[in-house]
Design a binder for this molecule. Structure first.
Ligand SMILES: Nc1nc2c(ncn2[C@@H]2O[C@H](COP(=O)(O)OP(=O)(O)OP(=O)(O)O)[C@@H](O)[C@H]2O)c(=O)[nH]1
Ligand SMILES: [Mg+2]
Ligand SMILES: [Zn+2]
Length: 349
């Protein structure tokens, strides 16, 4: 198996390359295994190469590269994991990874469950186009917080939940069995959750850096600093990622509907079509909360993410509007200049 195949290259990917990058320019397929501040590391048939100037590439991308190292383009992405950049007034999306088949939402069993984080990450995972799976880590410590496993299964709402321990090497075969040849699993979760340790255990080689968690609150130290692909040996690939502090959503309506479909179904039962689901008579949402069929916390969490996406769209619209006005002003200015030029020409100046 050559280096490229170890990083997930298959006949299907080869076919896509011939389709999207037909001759006569000769290009080589390559997979981005790490992209860190403009420095891009790719796997190719000839081994691992450094590229300069692949700044639009993200980890997981399939790139077409000229023999001397110029990037020609990349294949359309089969999935794309994005979040909203924190503190970015222009609301640019941050792309976390591409061409991920299975998205492992990592929940560590050494601390209480953050329901909010789990729900958000699942929304983003569904939205990326990958299939989510919940990976519980540190099962050997699960007696510290007894109810996390059951609570996670309940909150995951039908998404498969696997329990693992890098310490006892538990659940590794089950997880490994989910990643076929040519498939990529990405692990996403808080710092110190044991993502890198799990990958080391899967690879059977303690090569990746792992860091202690703080004794008090089990928080990690952000040991992993860049997203990176790690081959598992037979064409199956895992993406290690740095621990995420939070997860602001980006255009994730489809994901929201996946995770909160039961709530959106209730809307049809409200008496008024434009029900705001507050104090309107005949509101199916409030009725479901009242009867205990819908947990109020879940409703509020849905509402919050929905508001977040709406305000993101308002900001995107505002940016678009300013861009439009600027281009209109430019056109008007050019027209005025042209007219001025014409007049001076007529006047023989
Ligand atoms: N008891 C136990 N400890 C574990 C297990 N997996 C990881 N740890 C410990 O948890 C700590 C954090 O592990 P890492 O693998 O560095 O966590 P990470 O998710 O990669 O963290 P970041 O890179 O900071 O995002 C380390 O001290 C590991 O030894 C496990 O299965 N059982
Ligand atoms: Mg790590
Ligand atoms: Zn209603």
């Amino acid at each position: 198996m050559n280096t490229l195949e170890q990083y997930g290259f298959t006949d299907r990917i080869g076919g896509l390359f011939s389709f999207h990058f037909p001759g006569p320019i000769s290009t080589e397929p390559a997979r981005v295994i790490r992209s860190d501040r403009g420095r891009v590391l790719v796997a190719s048939r000839h081994g691992i190469l450094h590229l300069d100037g692949g700044s639009t590439l993200v980890t997981g991308d399939w790139a077409a590269v000229r023999p001397e190292g110029t990037v020609i383009g990349c294949l359309p992405r089969s999935s794309l994991l994005r979040r909203k950049r924190a503190y970015d007034p222009l609301s640019e999306a941050q792309v976390l990874g591409a061409n991920i088949d299975l998205l492992g939402v990592v929940v560590p069993l050494d601390r209480p469950l953050s329901t909010n984080r789990l729900e958000r990450t699942l929304v983003a995972a569904w939205d990326s186009g990958a299939v989510p799976i919940v990976v519980l880590t540190k099962a050997d410590l699960s007696t510290r917080f007894n109810d996390v496993v059951a609570e996670t299964v309940q909150r995951a709402r039908g998404v498969e939940v696997l329990t693992t321990s890098a310490e006892d090497l538990d659940g590794l075969e089950e997880l490994r069995g989910r990643i076929g040849a040519g498939q990529t699993l990405a692990l996403l979760g808080p710092s110190g959750a044991g993502k890198s340790s799990l990958i080391n255990a899967l690879v059977g080689d303690p090569r990746r850096d792992t860091g202690e968690v703080r004794a008090g609150d089990a928080r990690g130290r952000h040991t992993t600093t860049a997203r990176e692909l790690v081959p598992l040996g037979d064409g199956a690939v895992v993406m290690d990622t740095p621990g995420l502090r939070g997860f602001a959503l980006w255009d994730a309506e489809a994901g929201l509907s996946e995770v909160f479909g039961d709530i959106e179904e209730l809307f049809g039962g409200c008496r008024f079509r434009d029900c705001a689901h507050g104090s309107e008579p005949g509101c199916a949402v409030q009725a479901a909360i009242g009867s205990g069929a819908l947990e109020e916390r879940r409703w509020l969490s849905y509402r919050k993410m929905e508001r977040e996406l709406a305000s993101l769209h308002r900001r995107q619209d505002a940016v678009e509007q300013r861009r439009h006005e600027r281009s209109f002003q430019r056109v008007a200015r050019e027209a005025a200049l042209a007219k001025d030029h014409r007049n001076r020409f007529r006047e023989g100046r």
